[in-house]
Ligand binder design. Structure first.
Ligand code: HEC
Length: 156
């Protein structure tokens, strides 16, 4: 094989690898954005129940879904190479969330998991007032993470 042909082939491979990496990054960003959308939808369902007609089954379904996602290890979706890029839209993640030495991430993510677990427990009791209080505690953990790790101008 001639040198020129070899060079062309390896250039082609490099381009394919780069676009594969980009596709992979886009998928990861979409997945984390989608996960938060689903979490948010379920928070909204619980909020509607504590503010209006309370349906224990619906609240329990929503709380269980939030609990599952909060414990799913969403941190894995912040892989290197996904600091910038477009999923469903430009990522709103701040650079700080990609710093493996940032201890605050474990703290906020841990609190999110803890309050989500507690919400699922409280939802199982069917006590509307207690669910309302616990939903508020969970929402504090969303805010704590967003304050430090999500850009205000980018999210939808
Ligand atoms: C550990 C940090 C963390 C926690 C906890 C967290 N979020 Fe987020 N959230 C983020 C980050 C980072 C983004 C931006 C993701 C991106 O664009 O790549 C985001 C994005 C979102 C979005 C926008 C999704 C989209 O369409 O792109 C919504 C809605 C959202 N979060 C709701 C919530 C709610 C509700 C909770 C709590 C029940 C919560 N989040 C808990 C970090 C967190």
């Amino acid at each position: 094989m001639k040198l020129k042909q070899l060079a062309l082939i390896s250039l082609g491979l490099m381009a394919a690898t780069a676009s594969f990496a980009q596709q992979k990054a886009e998928d990861l960003i979409k997945t984390r954005q989608g996960a938060y959308k689903v979490i948010s939808w379920n928070v909204g369902r619980i909020k509607a129940n504590v503010d209006g007609q309370f349906n224990k089954d619906e609240v329990l379904k929503a709380a269980t879904a939030i609990q599952a996602l909060a414990n799913a290890g969403l941190g894995a979706l912040y892989a290197p190479g996904t600091e910038k890029g477009v999923g469903y839209h430009e990522t709103a993640a701040k650079p700080e969330i990609f710093d493996p030495n940032n201890k605050k991430i474990g703290e906020v993510a841990g609190n999110f998991g803890k309050e989500a677990n507690e919400l699922a427990k409280v939802a199982a009791t069917g006590n509307k007032a207690a669910v309302k209080v616990q939903l508020g505690k969970l929402q504090q953990t969303c805010k704590a993470c967003h304050d430090d790790f999500r850009q205000e101008d980018h999210h939808h």
